[in-house]
Ligand binder design. Structure first.
Ligand SMILES: Cc1ncc(C[n+]2csc(CCOP(=O)(O)OP(=O)(O)O)c2C)c(N)n1
Length: 623
């Protein structure tokens, strides 16, 4: 049977359909998303939950004339399918294919690139203000989840939106989930608004009361929106959004296309900011994702019939080793506190949360707050361990500097997903942390070569008494045995893995490729010592300088942006020692937007795989 979806090449085609055809469109989109994501992996649960909401937006509004901005952007698959990318949708997250997040280079319908949470409202306000200044006439819509709304920057935007009373349509996609169940007072408040359809119930009651007041009641009811405002003022004096100056509409059944279309049509005519509280279900339409939305938030390829992952678990992930080691250490030291910014599972801390709930804090998508909160704890002698992905800790740069580093507070930062990551594209690459941490006073910056060294580093860091960052990659470890009682490492202590004439100094995930490259080059008569640096700061000067003093070459390699990174630190050391004549090569990533693809593919493109690294070194010596 021909699909309706096949006839939709853009929003104009969707608008030609009758409202009664739309549920079938939703059905077909869900099937397509499920089919593709089961093969490519992706943000399944969030996308299944936003299907109707997206259809209704494109049915009512006129994209790209009207601008739709997606907070985080992980829920934009239906938007991509409806805006001319249905046929390419099978290339989702593949090298050369379409991105899992909005991408301005991909389509005129992707107005603003996202990937990190809580930015959509500020951007929407900026576009709305620009619209007025440029005397344009279009609508601005921002779609944000209740998770995204836990980020402070979203509230900075709401503060100004309410102040300016700028017409912006905010669609709150409320499903009580961030990646894990959403936490915090705000989340409770939003649930309260939904519970028992509180607001709607009171609205109905108020209507019947008004009806019974002969002279005043019926005209108010007729006034529609005015009545709604009056009711909200009387019965919900503290409605947060209204108090901020933003009209609140809801809760709306977020899978009812007719209800959504009705409220969006109404919002379209409103001359001020409005927030529409849509209640959706994460994973809607696929039982395994409904029952386990956390696992299907960002799913690896899976068997569609059973929901089981396609590739069985091999060696444990770095996240898991981190979480288990921290739990072990915390059992022995009551001062250890674990903190995550909405990623208890991703950071490997779920087990910690279960066993030591009183010493575990999920602060929401609030990286800045997480770091400041840890600062307070550390000041009073507790030992906070803040686990945040490398890319998301960028958010807290000033907290790291102003609050932690300048005050020399002993906090441990576990930077998961450091280095290149597969499938998610430019916004998720963890390639800047060495740079943003290395220059900070007191900060110790390190990276393990394998999962056992991660254990050692975590244990050691707890004893350093200074702010300490440990970066480690996404995914499985190298499969090395894990010590029961990990040996401690002194700050700056490197490890010589291979003797040789010139020095190849490798950092973290690049140690193994460096060993392989050195073995390859050895066969060609090029003698390289390989040192596992372990620390980007402090550097093991006594291990590095003898090579420079002997007139041999020094080569560094890191999985991070080269500008101001690990290699820069070594160059600075050589300069400080007056070793200006040393033959020096720093290998790493250029400051660029890297293409979409698997981490291994991107490493190959930039010569960070063993063969590529050997090639770079070969050219360096022959050049
Ligand atoms: C700054 C930042 N921190 C963490 C994340 C990881 N992250 C991606 S989606 C998500 C949850 C978003 O929840 P919500 O906005 O409610 O959307 P839902 O998936 O529930 O539809 C998180 C924490 C991120 N993208 N950006």
């Amino acid at each position: 049977m021909p699909k309706i979806l096949d006839s939709i090449h853009g929003p104009a085609d969707l608008k030609k359909l009758r409202p009664e055809d739309l549920p079938q469109v939703a059905h077909e989109i869900r099937a397509l998303i499920l089919d593709v994501v089961s093969k490519t992996g992706g943000h399944l649960a969030s996308n299944l939950g936003a299907v109707e909401l997206t259809i209704a937006l494109h049915y009512v509004f006129d994209s790209p004339h009207d601008t739709i901005i997606w907070d985080v952007g992980h829920q934009c698959y239906t938007h991509k399918i409806l805006t001319g990318r249905r046929e390419r949708f099978c290339t989702l997250r593949q090298h050369g294919g379409i991105l899992g997040f909005p991408d301005r280079q991909e389509s005129e319908h992707d107005i603003y690139n996202t990937g990190h949470a809580s930015t959509a409202l500020s951007a929407a306000l900026g576009i709305a203000v620009a619209r007025d200044k440029l005397k344009e006439d279009h609508k601005v819509i921002a779609v944000v989840g209740d998770g995204g709304l836990t980020g402070g920057v979203a509230w900075e935007a709401l503060n100004q939106i309410g102040h300016l009373r700028e017409p912006v349509v905010i669609v709150l996609n409320f499903n009580e989930m961030s990646i894990s169940p959403n936490v915090g007072a705000l989340s409770k408040y939003l649930s309260y608004l939904v519970s028992g359809q509180h607001y709607l119930r009171i609205k109905d009651q108020a209507k019947s009361i008004l009806k019974s007041i002969p002279a005043i009641g019926p005209p108010i009811i007729k006034a529609g929106r005015a009545m709604e405002d009056a009711i909200k003022k009387v019965f919900f004096p503290g409605l947060v959004f209204e108090e901020l100056g933003i009209r609140y509409v809801g809760p709306v059944q977020g899978h009812s296309l007719s209800s959504l279309i009705e409220v969006f049509e109404d919002a379209k005519t409103y001359d001020g900011p409005v927030l529409i509280h849509c209640v959706t279900q994460k994973g809607r339409g696929y039982a395994p994702a409904r029952t386990n939305p956390e696992r299907f938030h960002g799913a690896a390829p899976f068997n569609r019939a059973t929901g089981e992952p396609l590739s069985p678990a091999a060696s444990p992930t770095y996240s898991k080793v981190f979480g288990q080691t921290l739990l072990k250490l915390a059992r022995r030291d009551e001062r250890i506190i674990a903190i995550t910014a909405a990623m208890p599972d991703g950071t490997g801390l779920s087990g910690f949360a279960r066993e030591l709930p009183g010493r575990f804090y999920d602060v929401g998508i609030a990286e800045q707050h997480a770091v400041n909160f840890a600062a307070g704890l550390a000041l009073r002698g507790l030992k906070p361990v803040v686990a945040i992905y490398s890319t998301f800790l960028q958010r807290a740069y000033d907290q790291l500097y102003h609050d932690v580093s300048l005050q020399d507070l002993p906090i441990i930062f576990a930077l998961d997903r450091a280095g290149l990551v597969s499938d998610d594209g430019p916004t998720h690459q963890g390639v800047n942390d060495i740079i943003y941490l290395r220059h900070m006073p007191h900060m110790i910056v390190m990276a393990p070569k394998d999962e056992n060294e991660l254990q050692r580093m975590l244990k050691s860091a707890l004893a350093y008494g200074h702010p300490t960052a440990i970066r480690f990659p996404k995914g499985r470890g190298l499969g090395v045995p894990l010590e029961e009682d990990p040996r401690e490492i002194a700050p700056g202590e490197s490890e010589r893995l291979k003797e040789g004439k010139h020095l190849l100094l490798a950092y973290g995930s690049m140690v193994r490729p460096a060993l392989e490259a050195a073995a390859e080059l050895e066969k060609e008569g090029l003698s390289l010592a390989v040192i596992n640096a372990r620390f980007a700061k402090p550097l093991d000067e006594q291990a590095i300088l003898p090579y420079a003093r002997a007139g041999n070459a020094v080569i560094t390699v890191e999985e991070g942006v080269i500008s101001g990174g690990f290699g820069s630190g070594v160059r600075e050391l050589l300069d400080r020692e007056g070793r200006f004549d040393v033959r020096f090569l720093a290998v790493g990533l250029p400051p660029e937007v890297y293409p979409l693809g698997k981490a291994d593919e991107i490493r190959r493109i930039y010569g960070l795989d063993p063969a590529g690294l050997a090639g770079r070194i070969r050219r360096f010596f022959s050049g």
